[in-house]
Design a protein around this ligand. Structure first.
Ligand code: PEP
Length: 265
């Protein structure tokens, strides 16, 4: 888990969100990930294709790149129209799933029901019970950031509170990666400064140390997400508690993504 320098093994993810529009674009997008191959011995890489495209692309990436759906059900198969079950994800041979992205926590700008912390905890429990690993997203909206850093930290602690018992019971805590993504920096071009990211990451790590122990705090990887680009990746990743990046827009431009990974390790 640790790599030279005492930090954890970096993990960089690409979130394609609801893109691309045409299945005919997928081959090129997948092939372009070949550029990350030289870095896979030093860095974990995952891609989150849109749910409709997961099965189409899952075998088309350079070996070692993980495919992690952007969401999942809270239970197995059955009468859950419109959902994708963890069981189905597992059956496709996938080992990771991402949940709790802010765009599912009520940031579409439409009155769609926001996914709650409690629902995230239910999903996480089921994901782990089924043997999958999870990228668990948290992060504050702009209205909270504007209240100041104490409000930001309280919001992060609140978004993690429901999963504390789950993490406590989990033997291998590295199966959960926390992605801290300030909502005001997602897709806006506005990145948190390296200091702002480090401040929150250090808080989360200290919280893990208080809730669990120093070994847990040391083992859990915390990614930063929010307008990460090749030119800001190095500074963000050089922060002691930033273990990688979750990248939206830039992950669709693959030369940019390889460059970003190069700058993240
Ligand atoms: C994201 O979708 O998780 C994200 C961080 O997006 P972007 O990099 O485009 O801000």
């Amino acid at each position: 888990m640790s790599h030279a320098g005492g930090k954890r093994r970096p993990i960089v993810g690409g979130n394609w969100k609801c893109n691309p529009a045409t299945a005919s674009s997928l081959d090129e997008l997948c092939r372009n990930f070949d550029g990350v191959a030289p870095y896979l011995d030093k860095c974990d890489v995952y891609v989150c294709p849109s749910n409709l495209h997961v099965a189409l692309v899952k075998d088309n990436f350079t070996p070692g790149v993980h495919v992690a759906p952007q969401n999942c059900n809270f239970k197995g198969c059955g009468a859950y129209t419109g959902e994708m079950s963890v069981d189905q994800i597992q059956d496709l041979g996938l080992g990771w799933v991402l949940i709790g992205h802010s765009e599912r926590r009520g940031e579409f700008g439409l009155p769609t029901p926001a996914e709650s912390n409690q629902l995230m905890a239910t999903k996480l429990q089921y994901i782990l019970d089924q043997g999958l690993n999870c990228v668990f997203c948290i992060g504050e909206p702009l209205s909270i950031r504007q209240k100041g850093i104490q409000a930001v930290l309280a919001e992060c602690a609140d978004q993690l509170a429901d999963i504390v018992p789950i993490l406590r019971a989990l033997q291998d805590k590295s199966r959960v990666v926390i992605a801290y993504e300030p909502v005001w920096a997602i897709g806006t071009g506005k990145t948190a400064t390296a200091e702002q990211a480090q401040e929150v990451h250090a808080f989360i790590r200290n919280l893990l140390a208080d809730l669990f122990d120093a070994d847990t705090a040391k083992a859990v990887r915390i990614q930063y997400g929010g307008s990460v680009k090749p030119d800001n990746a190095r500074e963000l990743m050089s922060q002691p508690d930033v273990d990688g990046a979750l990248v939206g827009g830039a992950s669709l431009d693959v030369r940019v993504f390889s460059e970003l990974i190069k700058n993240s390790i």
